[in-house]
Design a protein around this ligand. Structure first.
Ligand code: ZN
Length: 368
């Protein structure tokens, strides 16, 4: 299927006067605020400055598990053998605690979720027959969005809720813009709102984790997930650049290239002996490669932005929140770099800037 898709996509690019599908897709995605080179800079900076941190954490897990051979399935278990975190029980409980948490950050954020709850715009609990997934969906007529998700009490569900809560706050803040299109931001900006909310709210997760040990563990899990996500995003992006600029590659070459990427962006801690054929096909787990090519790096860019936003919140909460609200209220009325600037951060993938952010995450992680 993928072979067929690549051939067809390459032909689409040629038919429309592009040299390759990568260049076609960048144009189609409206990426006029950053270039192909910026994507490569992002990939390189992640490899240089984030991968070593992930490696350090992975090694620490291996040591904690007292394993000589650390296998892929060892990556997901709790290293101390603890039961999963249980930050809430029902959907009602999740909403109440989220409002309490958001109120502590900024009463305006709490009010947004309260309004949604009062007019039944929160459908949070999983139930039989319900469609899977989790999202915030804007409703332009009333300008009050709704949040749909499938919570079952897990830590991950709680993170999804504060993430979608960030999208919801964004919808409220941009509500006064005149046209619907003005309110509709690209993912580089939309995910900045939600991912920043994940990290900022982390400073106020007491309602979910009254026990300090659980709270610390939840923060560690969150930061670990943030770090682990970035090399994967960079890998998927780098892979696609190669795929579509070398459309005539063979299957063997594709596997070989992915194995090289897995080595460059992997930690080297995990032993894949006997699972090489699984590893060389592991990119197939990312549906974006099939369904929405090149759409993915946006999340990495926004994640770096969210780390910067969290850092400025730690330095000066009042100023950071004012900037956050200002940027979100602009909708898509400015360019992406201008929106990041309004948020008090940079849209920048230079190794120096990414290193700064990586050092910050590292120092925060070490405090836990
Ligand atoms: Zn999101």
């Amino acid at each position: 299927m993928y072979d067929e898709l690549i051939a067809l996509r390459h032909q689409v690019a040629l038919n429309t006067g592009f040299a390759n599908y990568r260049d076609y897709k960048h144009e189609e995605l409206g990426r006029f605020d950053y270039s192909v080179q910026d994507c490569h800079n992002f990939q390189d900076a992640i490899q240089q400055h984030i991968v070593p941190l992930v490696k350090q954490n992975e090694q620490a897990r291996k040591d904690a598990l007292k394993l000589d051979v650390y296998r892929p399935w060892d990556k997901e278990v709790d290293a101390e053998g603890k039961e999963p975190l249980k930050p809430f029980t029902t959907g009602e409980d999740l909403a109440t605690k989220t409002i309490e948490c958001f109120n502590t950050i900024d009463p305006y954020f709490g009010e947004c979720i309260t309004i949604m709850q009062n007019i039944k715009r929160l459908d949070l609990e999983s139930r039989i027959g319900k469609a899977p997934g989790g999202y915030n969906y804007p409703l332009m007529e009333t300008d009050v969005p709704f949040i749909f998700m499938n919570a079952v009490g897990l830590h991950r569900d709680m993170v999804t809720m504060v993430h979608e809560g960030g999208h919801a706050v964004h919808a409220f803040l941009a509500a006064d813009l005149e046209l619907t299109e003005f309110k509709s931001t690209p993912s580089e900006v939309a995910e900045l709102a939600s991912m920043s909310m994940e990290l900022i709210s982390m400073e106020h997760w007491e309602p979910f984790f009254p026990n300090p040990e659980d709270y610390k563990r939840a923060k560690k899990e969150q930061l670990n997930d943030v770090l682990k996500g970035l090399p994967w995003i960079a890998s998927i992006d780098k892979f696609q650049h190669w795929i579509y600029t070398n459309p005539k590659h063979t299957l063997e070459e594709r596997y070989a290239y992915w194995m090289q990427i897995s080595k460059d962006f992997g930690t080297g801690v995990v032993d894949y002996t006997g699972l090489e054929s699984n590893l060389q096909r592991s990119w197939q787990a990312q549906l974006h490669l099939y369904e929405v090519p090149f759409y993915y790096i946006e999340y990495g860019m926004a994640q770096l932005g969210a780390i910067a936003m969290w850092r400025s919140y730690k330095q000066n909460p009042k100023q950071a929140l004012a900037n956050y609200k200002k940027a979100l209220s602009l909708g898509y009325m400015k360019t992406i770099p201008q929106l990041y600037e309004a948020a008090g951060i940079k849209f920048d993938f230079s190794p120096a800037y990414v290193k700064e952010l990586a050092d910050f995450v590292k120092s925060e992680y070490e405090k836990l």
